[in-house]
Design a protein around this ligand. Structure first.
Ligand SMILES: *Cc1c(COP(=O)(O)O)cnc(C)c1O
Length: 350
């Protein structure tokens, strides 16, 4: 999830490097369940070197944002969806699920405490990072009996200005992000480090992101780095806005879901279907696929300009951000900032 430099320039904080003044923590133990939620200063944690999360990877996280509306108030985007996905991720790793009310209260408390650190700049938002990990000091290979929930936040540049810079992407034919029966549908720490080697190889090839194919046939396009991917077929009203179906190996992105809804609102034809690498290439060549973009909470909507593959490189459209990509991005950003109505009730006042 690299953050391309934004138009805001020098004032743009780096992604996830400077945190706000507070954090929220809560504990879970087998005998007491969830307890001791509290807002406290951002500070170092004391952990055991034998902590289970460190050794065996019982670690799940989320990423959600609070946006400042045009009238100055702060609101979280779809926090209930993030709370429920956090529970699903925890369940996949045999960890206790954080109750939704506790997740929502933590997010609200942190935004109320540190919201004043978000400048009144519509290009910036407050990124909230909840993480849940096993703290029990024990090297037996079994689910831990003690966990810590931590919520921290930082200010980030949310989108890329009126003409977002398209990224180049490299198709990985040797590594896989997720396998059937694995953890691809969960936001767990163990999914990310295994992608770094290919990410570095992509950077060496002059690309910003990796295109992940399915692990069985190495044929179906699944995700783009740590983002979901969309294809646009055709142009103008009635264009088809397509994203790969959730097969269990894709992360069910909340931005993905929101864009499918907004696509329908804008009069496009949203669709979820498998798209093969061959199809992506040949439909670009024949002019059927006109645009491709990636999406996620951190990057919002990022256009894809060029694809590198060992069997040949190609350009999407004319290599610049397409009109459907920009219309969808604007529609989403306008909901975030309260510039447009919120018919789906996605914004939750902090
Ligand atoms: C977080 C994430 C996404 C995007 O999900 P959002 O809910 O839209 O932020 C997509 N793919 C992967 C692998 C992710 O980790």
């Amino acid at each position: 999830m690299s953050q391309p430099s934004a138009v805001a320039g020098a004032r743009t904080p780096a992604f996830g490097e400077a945190f706000t003044a507070h954090m929220v923590t809560a504990r879970w133990t087998a005998d007491r369940g969830w307890h001791a939620p509290r807002l406290r200063p951002f500070e170092q944690l004391s952990i055991s070197p034998a902590m289970v999360g460190l050794h065996y990877g019982q670690v799940a996280f989320e990423g959600l944002k609070a946006h400042r509306g045009v009238h100055g108030s702060l609101a979280l985007f779809r926090p209930g969806e993030h709370a429920r996905r956090f529970q699903q991720s925890a369940r996949r790793l045999a960890m206790p699920e954080l109750p939704e009310e506790l997740f929502l209260a933590a997010a609200r408390d942190l935004v109320r405490a540190d919201g004043d650190q978000l400048p009144a700049d519509p290009g910036l938002s407050l990124y909230l990072r909840p993480v849940l990990f096993a703290t029990e000091p024990c090297l037996a290979v079994r689910p831990a009996r003690e966990y810590l929930f931590v919520l921290i936040a930082f200010v980030t540049a949310g989108f890329f200005g009126p003409r977002p810079e398209p990224v180049s992407v490299m198709v990985s034919r040797t590594h896989s992000r997720a396998v059937p029966g694995g953890t691809g549908h969960a936001k767990v720490a163990g999914n990310y480090a295994p992608a770094y080697l290919e990410q570095l190889r992509a950077e060496q090839a002059g690309c910003q992101q990796v295109v992940w194919l399915d692990a069985v046939e190495h044929r179906w396009v699944e995700e783009l780095g740590a983002m979901n991917i969309f294809f646009v077929r055709g142009q103008g009203p009635g264009a088809q806005v397509v994203t790969p179906s959730l097969t269990g190996t894709l992360l069910p992105g909340i931005t993905r879901d929101s864009l499918l809804t907004l696509a329908a609102d804008l009069g496009y034809q949203p669709a979820q279907e498998r798209v093969s690498l061959d199809q992506w290439w040949s439909e670009c060549r024949s002019g059927v696929i006109t645009e491709t973009f990636a999406c996620g909470t951190a990057a919002v909507v990022t256009p894809v300009g060029r694809v590198r593959d060992e069997q040949g490189d190609w350009t999407i459209g004319d290599g610049t951000a397409g009109p459907v990509t920009l219309a969808l991005r604007d529609a989403l950003v306008d909901v975030h900032t309260g510039l447009s109505a919120d018919p789906h009730g996605w914004m939750s006042p902090a």
